[in-house]
Structure formats: structure tokens, C-alpha cells
Design a protein around this ligand. Structure first.
Ligand code: ACO
Length: 370
């Protein structure tokens, strides 16, 4: 038995939710480019869960359910108020999502109907949790979710307490569409491993949030912004990047395990970043990003991934840097839950083997003789 480090190239599940074939990403067979241009995030969530695009009445019904469940239990909000000062946003989200299970009587109901409803509840509640955390840490009261509006609108509204601009809602909605699912990425795999023990959906999503938090996965979008802030201006890009590459420092937002010729989602975020830069009259972050891309792609052949331009997009939307990864989770919970439901449908415990490389035949030595 020899291990494949990082399970590279290993096919670990059969899935009909999303595919990456020859560098093309599809959700349920529909090209991501098509969805990014035309679909709302709610339509995409429906597509991931039910395997087809909703008709008008199905979408209306989903909107009603999202409206119904967007409020989170007051105990969860009170819990957030007790988190220590300086708690990281992803640690807060992980803890709050885990605590949502405590106030859901159906948390351990494993019927397909109950699990589907919990997927919708989680989708409805994650934006409320993230926005509430962001306000509470600033000493503000959370803003209650609005009914009859999109998740993108509601999130921006709950974050600021103000009606968001149409262009901001559209940009965030498109970003949510682009992040919704991505085959067997690390967090989705973590979710599937967890629920394959027949554990509950909240446990699966909590595991996934933990996996998303790391900078090699979802945490990269925040790390990109840290880098852009460190660089400061376009004039510093060349020396910063050359120095980083010479010292073998990884440039956040570049490279991908599966895409070697570029991430199909990145071009949409780049376009959005350029357009928002023009609209806000501040092109600096966009221009810095383009310069970084030229250098990193030119010297290392590495292309930007989904996280690279999302940093400048979210900054243009005036979203605090440490909420970038929680926004990823707000979108990806649609994919996680679709995968969890799929895992339950045809489950088998996920239990691979290890290539043991430790000592052999070692003996127990009594403590006095050590
Ligand atoms: N900057 C500089 N060099 C890089 C980068 C990078 N971003 N990514 C890969 N490389 C180099 C590695 O140093 C390595 O070089 P070497 O062979 O000389 O040692 C080679 O390319 C292969 O890299 P691995 O890390 O082995 O590739 P792997 O497939 O394991 O990792 C990953 C993919 C984690 C995405 C990697 O490219 C990376 O760390 N990127 C930066 C973090 C990031 O942007 N993560 C988000 C990914 S997308 C997502 O999760 C939503």
C-alpha cells in the first residue's frame, strides 16, 4: 500500500452534482459561465439540491421557506454575544452553526424530507449568523432579516442596516453563484466523510466550515487581501512578488489542484472587480491584481483561482476582510448540503487506509527504564 499524498487524482465518490471536465465546471451539467451570467443564487441552490432548475412556483416556494427560516434562534445570537473579543469570523461561524443544531428539534431526524428542510434552514440561517456576528463585535444590535428579498440583498442589508445598492446585490449574487459548488473540494469531502458515519447534517456542515477556514482552501480570499494591503500600491507589486517567489512563498489566490490551465470562475470575478473599480472610481486594487497576475503567471505559469479577484470585489462592496471566507461559506453551504443529501442517498462509511511508515516490532519499556 502506497499513499497518494493529498489524494491527488483519486476518485473518492460518485456524484451528479457538479463536474470539472477538461477545465469546464458545471452544476448539474450546466456550464458555470451560463449560470454566472443568467441565474440567481437561489435558482442555483435549488438546482444543486433538486437536480433541476426551479419553475416560477418552485422558486417562489423556496423563497417562502428561506424567509421563514432566516431568523436564527435567539439563544444562538445570545451565544455569539459571549464569544471572546477577537474571535475569528470563521471560528465564530463554525461554533454558531454547531449551536444551531441544539435548537432544532429535527436535528437528528434522518428522514430525507427532514434533511432537505434542514439544508434550506442552514442556507437561510448562515447569512443571518455572519451578519449578526459582524455587528455584535462592533457593539451593534443584529438587524433582523427582511422577507421577500434575495440572500445577497439580505446579507448586505443585515450587515449594514441599510438598503443595499442594486449593483452591490448583483455582484454579490454572482459571486455566490460562482462559489456554490465545486465537486469534491476539501470542505465538501470533509462534510461527506462526517455524514457517511450517519452523523447529522449540522455535524457535516460544521466539519466543512472547519475545512474551509484554512488558507489553502477558502481562507485564501482573506489572505489575498492581506497581501494586497501589504503591497499597498501598484508601484510595489513587482518587488513584492519577485521577492516572494524567490523565497518560495506561496502567492495566495494562485494555483489549483485540479485546474492547471486556469479556474473558469476567475474571469467572472476579474470582470466584476474591473467594473466595480470603475463604478467606485477606485481602480487601484484591480490594477494591482492584474499586475500580480501578469508576474505570477509569467514567472510560475500559475493562474488565479476563484479567491484571487474575489478579494478586490468584496473590498469594493465595503465588506470587511475577515468576512470574505464566511461569505464563501454562505454560498458553499448550498453545495455542502446537496452533497450531504447525496451521500445519505447511497451511503457507505468512508474509511480509507494508511501506508504505515512508523517503527515495527517496538516493545513496551516500563517507565522507570525510559
Ligand atoms: N504560489 C507559488 N507557488 C505555488 C502556488 C502559489 N500559489 N501554488 C502552487 N505553487 C507551487 C508549489 O510551491 C509547488 O512547487 P514545487 O513543486 O517547486 O514545490 C507546485 O506549485 C505544486 O504546488 P502544490 O502546493 O503541491 O499544489 P497542490 O495541488 O497541492 O495545491 C493549492 C493546490 C493548495 C491551491 C496551491 O496552489 C496553493 O497553496 N495556492 C495558494 C492558496 C490558494 O489560493 N488556495 C485556494 C485554492 S481554491 C479554493 O480552495 C477555493
Amino acid at each position: 500500500m502506497t499513499a497518494t499524498k493529498g489524494l491527488e487524482g483519486i476518485v473518492a465518490a460518485a456524484s451528479s452534482i457538479s463536474s470539472i471536465i477538461d477545465g469546464v465546471l458545471t452544476y448539474r451539467g450546466i456550464n458555470i459561465d451560463d449560470l454566472a451570467e443568467n441565474a440567481s443564487f437561489e435558482e442555483v441552490a435549488y438546482l444543486l439540491w433538486y437536480g433541476k432548475l426551479p419553475n416560477r412556483s418552485e422558486l417562489d416556494e423556496l423563497q417562502k421557506q428561506l424567509d421563514q427560516y432566516a431568523e436564527v434562534p435567539k439563544e444562538v445570537i445570545e451565544g455569539i454575544k459571549l464569544y471572546p473579543k477577537g474571535t475569528s469570523s470563521m471560528a465564530a461561524l463554525r461554533t454558531a452553526v454547531s449551536s444551531l443544531a441544539l435548537y432544532d428539534e429535527s436535528a437528528n431526524d434522518m428522514s430525507p424530507e427532514a434533511n432537505q428542510l434542514k439544508a434550506i434552514k442552514l442556507q437561510a440561517q448562515l447569512p443571518t449568523v455572519v451578519a449578526a456576528f459582524a455587528r455584535i463585535r462592533e457593539g451593534k444590535e443584529p438587524v433582523a432579516p427582511k422577507k421577500g428579498v434575495s440572500i445577497a440583498y439580505n446579507f448586505l442589508y443585515m450587515l449594514t442596516g441599510k438598503e443595499p445598492a442594486e449593483v452591490a446585490v448583483k455582484a454579490l449574487d454572482q459571486a455566490l453563484v460562482l462559489h456554490a459548488d465545486h465537486e469534491l473540494n476539501a470542505s465538501t469531502f470533509a462534510a461527506r466523510v462526517t455524514v457517511a458515519t450517519l452523523s447529522d447534517i449540522y455535524s457535516g456542515v460544521t466539519s466543512a466550515i472547519g475545512a474551509l477556514k484554512g488558507p489553502l482552501h477558502g481562507g485564501a480570499n482573506e489572505a489575498v487581501m492581506v497581501m494586497l494591503e501589504e503591497i499597498g500600491t501598484s508601484a510595489n507589486v513587482e518587488s513584492y512578488i519577485n521577492n516572494a517567489l524567490a523565497n518560495k512563498v506561496k502567492i495566495m489566490g494562485f494555483g489549483h489542484r485540479v485546474y492547471k490551465n486556469g479556474d473558469p470562475r476567475a474571469k467572472h470575478l476579474q470582470k466584476m472587480s474591473r467594473e466595480l473599480g470603475k463604478l467606485t472610481g477606485n481602480m487601484e486594487l484591480y490594477e494591482m491584481s492584474v499586475k500580480i497576475e501578469e508576474l505570477v503567471t509569467g514567472q510560475k505559469g500559475l493562474k488565479p483561482n476563484v479567491d484571487f479577484y474575489s478579494a478586490s470585489v468584496y473590498t469594493a462592496l465595503e465588506i470587511p476582510r475577515d468576512l470574505f471566507t464566511p461569505i464563501f461559506a454562505i454560498s458553499r453551504v448550498s453545495g455542502w448540503s446537496a452533497h450531504i443529501l447525496e451521500q445519505y442517498q447511497d451511503n457507505r462509511l468512508i474509511r480509507p487506509r494508511a501506508d504505515y511508515v512508523g517503527p515495527v516490532g517496538a516493545k513496551y519499556i516500563p517507565i522507570e527504564q525510559r
